[in-house]
Design a protein around this ligand. Sequence first.
Ligand code: GLA
Ligand code: CA
Length: 698
Amino acid sequence: MPKTTRTLGLIGYAALLLSASTSLTEAQLLEPTTPPDPPKFDAQGTPTFVGVTDMFEYRALPEYHEPAWVTEKFVVTGKLPPVAERLPREPLVYKASNLPDGIGVYGDVMRHVIGGRPEGWNYMAGQSQGWGGTDIGTMECLTRTGPLFQVKAEELEPLPNLAKGWEWSEDGHQLTMHLIEGAKWSDGVPFTSEDVMFYWEDNVVDPNVTPLNGASPESFGEGTTLRAIDDYTIEWTFRDAFPKQYLYQMAYGNFCPGPAHIFKPLHPKYSSNTYDQYKNAIKPEYLNIPVMGAWVPAEYRADDIIVMLRNPYYWKVDDAGNQLPYLDEVHYRLSTWADRDVQAVAGTADNSAMEQPENYVEALKRAADPSAPSRLQFGARTIGYTLYPNLSANGWGEPDSRRQAVRELNRNFDFRKGVTSALDRQSIGEALVKGPFTAIYPGGLYAGTTFYDKASTVYYPYSAETAEAYFTRAGLADTDGDGILNFPADQEGGRNLEITILANADYQTDKNLAEAVIAHLERVGIRVVANFMTGTQFNAAQSSGQFDWVVIRNGSELVAVVQNTASLAPTGPRIAAQHQAGPDGSMDLLPFETEMVEVVNAFTATDDAAERIALMQRYQRLYTENIYAIGLTQYPGAEIINKRFANVPAGVPIFMFNWDVDNMMRERLFVPADKQPGYELHPQSLPGAPGIGNGPVS
Ligand code: GLA
Ligand code: CA
């Protein structure tokens, strides 16, 4: 007898025996159970937990400093105002007591490698900068969440950033935010509520525009409005009282305004441009695009490199008054994600969020050498992949008849049970890397994270026979005897079933997982065909619902829950890529999805810890029992960082509330003077200085 039938208990087993209609095949179906415990794997490095004001506060300092060459070459010559005039009235001040290696020195470069390619600088309208820190480093957002990995639990709330403080109205429906006063874009133009309102009204709320990470009005709650009170005050109005959850939505990458003085004149509302022209107006070749981030794009060579130089108007300082960042340059070599791991380990690049398990064994071997140039540190199992069936049967994405038939199958519970039972997750994980890294992942919240509850997690164990029986129940049969299951007779003329699987070809891991799904389903007579696209095309296809199935690395909501909470279920028309509203705006949610939406909304609306735990248990059960989506594997990533860098926070995770490139607070990293190798490509230069950017600085 299969081991798992034991979980039925006596009553369940008796019922099974008594059920007259149960055929022999059905009696042998493996019953769902709970997932096995993941193999033991200890995360390396523990953060030093601190309170928010231990890290930083906003205040004026008696004096400010900058690299001597900036004063000499740019201030003394009248090209730039003195540093004190370039900083806001009260800059964000990092406290030396929270800097692992103290106050830093200026100079040096962080050399990144990325696998993406920049499309242009209008991320507000959905253009990608190539990921890997290019966007995180140039965007600053109302709040910030990356560094929360080291904030103590009692104080866990998004960090102030462009919004330096906020108050709730007595009834909790209004949130007044105070923007940092007197901060400037990297070209010296003041940052004000006009930038915030342009982002909101003409990018988030305008249905013709979708920002890079997909923010839509519902990301901030249905019916939410925003208005400017003055240049430095904005006011949110929410339907719910005290929805503190939305503070997480105001961090990367949902509320990071771009420069209105550049983009507003290009927007269709204020120009004769089309939306497409607006989105694509500012190509990567356009240099010195104004940013609020620590470094400004100053050089771009296609398929080669993006060089960013220090932002002379950056609005953060250390408590000795030194304007940040300490590092003068950041480089992004345009290569592949796999090459990022190889180069970071070899020392020809400076860091990697190592996330493709195919590289782990080799990287570990190399890093074990005491003379290795970089440190390597594994975190918790926060990287996970899911197979998402497209559940929109409402015409979204204008599917042809085959696609429509597949989407209807996707909505069939027996079909989804068949798919999940056909996957041997143990072997899927081992095919990526042997050893204790990967864990069986049924879907939903990850084992090892705060809200995970094993007892609420339903796992359909691997069994080809069970999968086949479920497919039979779903009405699929091999009517022409060629070994491939056919569509039901009334669909697609009853021809062989064919499903496409979309995956991001920029990552070996994504391709390997999609190939594994194809192979495992072939064994049970389902034909799945690979549809691999490069990152940029992939994002477009995924976000516009152009897929039958998609394999994709999951977002932070499944790790942190409190962040991007709305994305845990199809809570709005464009929130979940795999289940979007039809052209008429209506959703065709399955009954369990409606319940998931209710649970997620209830979670957002309450602050009560016990209630939140109970809600997430219900969420996990609804997700995994009904197979909202099909989990594949979860495993840890490792942060690789060159040993010459100081101020790297202990236990910095590659992925938690955000990616490592935010978590490690790059603006505070430095390299001691005697260890600076001279990797600068434009020593002692500023963005826009003669010969580099689009013209002189001032
Ligand atoms: C890509 C990479 C990640 C991380 C992020 C940052 O997604 O795969 O490792 O660098 O970019 O945006
Ligand atoms: Ca057939």
